[in-house]
Write a protein that binds this ligand. Structure first.
Ligand SMILES: [Zn+2]
Length: 174
């Protein structure tokens, strides 16, 4: 009986391994931390970002992009460049197209979330803004929605909510 269990587990492992290698992610998101996020903020960012990216063909790492696949460069910086001093994140446009370079900003986030003492909440909020900015690029859209991930702005209550549903990737009618 034990022997049979072991064989089943091995076969399952092989099957899962085959599935993973056959599904190379289309997009890799390469994160650059220019602010030195602490461990709780980083861990919380990773957890939320994984959750929000799960329905998409993407993977991410805090490192340079590996060769192959298409890369989105996401940087965490202290402040936005002028004249965007109060934004939480930016996506950039070049020659009419939104480029695969997005930035999110820690200091405006800390100002907005001044009522929280909790780095895990800050990390999670940064991941939510990152998912928003990346969506500008992946969907090549300037426009914002009235609701959901692509709202033009978020309140501190929304960004610190335990519920991630507001920020999830929407199911489409088509
Ligand atoms: Zn936006």
């Amino acid at each position: 009986m034990l022997h049979r269990t072991a064989v089943t587990a091995l076969l399952l492992g092989l099957l899962l391994g085959g599935t993973t290698s056959a599904q190379a992610a289309k997009w890799q998101v390469c994160l650059h931390d220019a602010v030195g996020l602490n461990a709780p903020a980083r861990a919380s960012f990773d957890r939320e970002f994984s959750l929000l990216l799960a329905p998409r063909d993407m993977r991410f790492a805090w490192s340079s992009c590996r060769a192959g696949g298409e890369a989105i460069h996401l940087a965490v910086r202290f402040d936005a460049p002028q004249p965007y001093s109060n934004v939480l994140g930016l996506a950039y446009k070049q020659s009419g197209a939104i480029s695969p370079r997005v930035e999110i900003f820690l200091d405006p986030m800390l100002d907005l979330m001044k009522d929280t003492q909790c780095w895990t909440v800050i990390g999670r909020a940064l991941a939510r803004v990152a998912a928003h900015e990346i969506t500008h690029f992946t969907e090549q859209r300037d426009a914002h929605d009235a609701q959901g991930l692509m709202k033009a702005g978020f309140s501190s209550a929304e960004l610190s909510s335990d519920d991630s549903q507001l920020f999830c990737w929407r199911r489409r009618a088509d």
